[in-house]
Design a protein around this ligand. Structure first.
Ligand code: NI
Length: 180
């Protein structure tokens, strides 16, 4: 068990494109994934991508707790899920504003235009297919984590910087919903 150090915005690893994982079952990948899960749970976060722990690889882990789940079956609770070498398709032309935070941008939140529905697919460490059609928070989370693999941080997607601020201030005025 190890809690990994999280890279913060400004570190170049967060803005480069991550590399595909050649062998998802390799010992060092399993070890990394296990440490990423420990780090995710320790932080009380919903998602974590490998570049955030200084590894430029196409891996993310995420979970949807019952409190964050929506009413749609495409947005139900999910235990910790490992996604390696993911592909993502946006299933809507529409974009809706979703409040996001990020472990690499501590203390801040912003409203980000996101597709309300996506399909994603990858594999886990056993080589099993992982993926779903996702909507709501599930869709939002997967887009955020997949962006990390392409070197994109959520402020780079924002259009309205009046909807960007410190979590504490937003909570005081009730602008930003509680989040990730
Ligand atoms: Ni993030």
């Amino acid at each position: 068990m190890a809690i990994l150090k999280i890279a913060r915005m400004g570190h170049p690893i967060l803005t480069r494109r991550a590399d595909p994982v050649a062998d998802p079952g390799a010992g060092e990948i399993r070890h990394l994934v296990s440490d990423m899960i420990d780090t995710l749970l320790d932080a009380g976060a919903a998602g974590l991508a490998a570049p955030q722990v200084h590894m430029p690889l196409r891996i993310f882990v995420f979970r949807i707790t019952p409190e964050r789940a929506g009413s749609s079956p495409e947005d139900g609770p999910l235990p910790v899920t490992v996604v390696i070498n993911p592909e993502i398709d946006l299933l809507s032309e529409e974009r809706e504003l979703r409040w996001e935070g990020c472990l690499s941008i501590p203390g801040l939140r912003g409203a980000v235009p996101r597709s309300p529905r996506v399909r994603y697919a990858g594999v886990d460490c056993e080589g099993r297919a992982v993926g779903a059609v996702a909507s709501g928070f599930h869709a939002n989370l997967v887009q955020h984590e997949h962006d990390h693999l392409d070197g994109i941080l959520y402020p780079m997607r924002m259009r309205d910087f009046s909807l960007f601020g410190f979590t504490e201030e937003l909570a005081r005025t009730d602008t930003g919903k509680p989040g990730r």
